[in-house]
Each structure stands twice: as structure tokens, then as C-alpha cells.
Design a protein around this ligand. Sequence first.
Ligand code: FES
Length: 171
Amino acid sequence: MDETTASAPDDLVRRHAQPGRTLLAILHAIQDEAGFVPPAAVAPLSKALNLSRAEVHGVITYYHHFRTAPPAPVVVQLCRAEACRSMGSEALAQHAEAHTGCRFKQHGHASEQVHDHAGGVELESVYCLGQCALSPAMMINGTLHARVTPQKFDALLAKAVAAVARTEEAV
Ligand code: FES
């Protein structure tokens, strides 16, 4: 979902900032619906929760999970933690960058994140997907894949890109 089709930030906040809900719960709900937390939601959130804008912004940027820009149509999350590293995830990461032509999103403050959407694909590092015995592991658009080889990566990515293209054609 891009910013032109996303719900207006005020509307997102009004619907999700229900009494008794924590800021984190509201941010999760907004991102689940819109795909990201629009920067324009910070002001209405701070007003609704009686927090400063800096406090709201601080929470959004502290947690890597929250994104402040729409995701690419295909999001690849590759595990870069110990078990997967020992089974070749770094070589797989290099392969992924070479194959897709984009670079892994840098972690850090959301405002500093690199959103590289080459070919509609985004690469993201994650740290343990709970599949250590089946490493290296990765997720593509939320679907878990284990024992990923470069060949398997290419096939899974092609399948995901084709699925997105079919969905876009159907709209
Ligand atoms: S270290 Fe990669 S799934 Fe646990």
C-alpha cells in the first residue's frame, strides 16, 4: 500500500487509539493495517495519548519493527544471527544483493533506514526466526523458508515476484 492509498493518518489514529490501549499496541495496529506508520501520525498520536511528539517518535524509531515508509511489494527477511551465519547466511546475503540488485536495509533509527526497493524487492536482516535447526532461514512476505540455498532463494523470489504481479494484474 502506498501513501496515496493508505488511510489518512488522522483516521488511522482515531480508529486505533482506543482508551486503555498502549502506544505500542496502537503502533502495531496502524502498521498491520497501513503497512507502515506514517510520519504524519505522530502528531495525532501524541495528542490522543497526551505524550510529546518526541516521545512518540522515540518509540517508533527505537523498535526496528516499525517502518515509516511503505514496504516494497516483496520483502525478504534473511536471518543473520549465529546459527544461520554458521550455515552460510552471509554468503546467501551477498548472493541476494547480487541477484536482486538491492542492498540490505540498514538497521538503526527509522529516519536513517535505507529503503532500497530495486525491482520491487526489499532486503531486510532479521535476527533469529526460530528455525535455527533448519538454517539458513528467511521469510518472504511473511512466509517462512528453511535450509535456503542460493538456488532455492532464486526460485522462491521468482515465485513471490510472480505472485505479486498476478495480484496487481487482478486489481
Ligand atoms: S539463528 Fe537463524 S533462525 Fe535462529
